[in-house]
Design a binder for this molecule. Structure first.
Ligand code: 13P
Length: 286
């Protein structure tokens, strides 16, 4: 169908009260699993790449494949650059054909986060590209994905900060810190729904949840009911793929490499499929 901007997908999701799943991929197999799951459900999806993939010597081939695959998809797909640490990385994402980029200045002083976000927005808008930013800080994307992370309430987003940031930047959508973490949880996640409600009441733009893995189906449904319109998801999908490969190897006497990959890909596709359903993403025909 089309490679579309994230703004288009999220404005419908906001109107109709559902979330669009945004799944990270570092390679072709997972990208295919994500897009296939969305095609089978006939729903929109967001495919996310990481800045490190754009710095890879094979970035041209990978991004060429991804943009073409999204374009040829039977459902609307936004190709999003996740967690860009710099303006330059965002520009690179735009040059590679991403239809949205996230500038993550959540660890920077407020004024610096605003300054660079505005600069990214200026470049992105000139190219028709959506911009996501983060205020407050979702813990755990500093390389400890599998070790277990705990949310830091001191870094949660405040209503005042979210509103001020929106007014200062005019960003298209905003990631907030309300109790989730990137990667595996140490302990039980505790979402601050009161904080989410207060932010939702004030903020006129779609709200993004990072650290989607590790919650229960009821949590996702509740998060969507309380106004989340984009859910970022990676760890549980990649762990399911790895576990399926391991199980296949243990249970199958003779196999070739492609059989192992197919087993992992199927498991990833099943995880994406399940979450698209739980997030309430509506079919493109509805
Ligand atoms: P998880 O790996 O915890 O699902 O988080 C993904 C994410 O938020 C990417 O931005």
């Amino acid at each position: 169908m089309a490679l579309v901007t994230m703004k288009e997908l999220l404005s419908v999701a906001k109107d109709k009260n559902y979330a669009v799943g945004a799944f990270d991929t570092l390679e072709y197999i997972t990208a295919e699993a994500i897009i296939r799951a969305a095609e089978k459900r006939n729903t929109p999806v967001i495919v996310m790449v990481m800045p490190m993939s754009l710095d890879d010597p094979n970035a041209d081939a990978f991004m060429g494949y991804l943009t073409e695959r999204c374009r040829r998809s039977s459902v609307p797909v936004a190709l999003h650059l996740d967690h860009s640490p710099t303006y330059e990385a965002c520009v690179k994402g735009i040059q590679y054909g991403c239809t949205s980029v996230m500038f993550d200045g959540s660890s920077l002083p407020y004024e610096e986060n605003v300054r660079i976000t505005k600069k990214v927005i200026e470049a992105a808008r000139a190219c028709g590209v959506t911009v996501e930013a983060e205020i407050g800080h979702v813990a755990g994307h500093e390389g400890n994905m599998l070790e277990g992370n705990v949310a830091d309430p001191d870094a949660y987003t405040t209503v005042e900060e979210a509103l001020r940031f929106y007014k200062d930047t005019d960003v298209d959508c905003l990631a907030v810190a309300i109790g989730t973490v990137h990667g595996v949880y140490k302990g039980t996640p505790k979402i601050d729904y009161e904080r989410l409600d207060a932010i939702k009441k004030e903020l006129p733009i779609p709200i993004v949840l990072h650290g989607g893995s590790g919650l229960g189906d009821e949590d996702y449904k509740k998060l969507v009911a309380h106004g989340i319109n984009k859910i970022n998801f990676y760890t549980a999908m990649t762990l399911a793929g790895a576990a399926a490969c391991k199980q296949y190897i243990e249970e199958t006497p003779r196999f070739q490499f492609t059989d192992v990959i197919a087993a992992g890909q199927q498991a990833e596709e099943a995880v994406v499929d399940h979450h698209i359903e739980v997030f309430g993403t509506l079919s493109v025909l509805s």
